[in-house]
Design a protein around this ligand. Sequence first.
Ligand code: AMP
Length: 251
Amino acid sequence: MKTNCDKTVWIRGGCQCEITPQPVGRIWRFVLLGAPGVGKGSQAELLSEKLGICQLCTGDIFRSIKHLPESDITPALKLAYDYMARGELVPDDIVIKIVRERIKCLKCPNGYALDGFPRTIPQAEALDQMLRESNVKLDAVINLTMPEEEIIERLSSRRICSKCGAIYNLKNKPPKIPGKCDLCGADLYQREDDKPEAIKVRMEIYQKTTAPLIDYYSKKGELVTIDGSGTVFDTYKRLKAALDVNGEMPD
Ligand code: AMP
């Protein structure tokens, strides 16, 4: 399915989706949880393709700073980028402010997968509040899981397109031309926070701050845990088997 989703709208803010024609069929709204490298971004990309939903990734907003003209980089965005480059979480007040500026995206008529937000309990509470204000409900909070060794291997071989953000993996999803994006031909790069020192910091932070979200959403009855190992298609099949009781998701 061709998605109506324009990632740049989320990245830059200023959503106009209220005027987008309502798509036919079921609207899905998900949050994707899971340790760094478990495949949230790749799964969100596939869900976007299969279900026509938008991929709303807070990391994409922070990464885009690298490509903004100096004059557009606010002090808050600059600060956020520095936290990210060190592999640390961006402070809650900055992240919540940035998502709140994009609150219209939470009412998107295409549906969406929130990828990388929320990451802490205060962010989850802020999201609950924004969803209430927007009068929409999530279908599920998907918790992707995988053994730690597999995660570390995946992260160190991940490469990202510097222009369109497409995700590659040198081992199981290499680009056709080394170092170049299959989709737009731009150069691929390794994220600062996929380098070994930053991976270690991110895994520790995940255990401390993000893992409690599993308990939070499990108590709310919204959590669905899915094994994220194997290919992105293997994970999608498991996700469909767990969520698609009425046969509304394509194979
Ligand atoms: P991701 O693309 O989701 O792996 O995010 C990349 C980096 O952006 C993270 O390691 C954090 O530094 C920062 N980041 C993204 N989303 C959040 C968030 N919700 N809260 C705090 N930091 C975030």
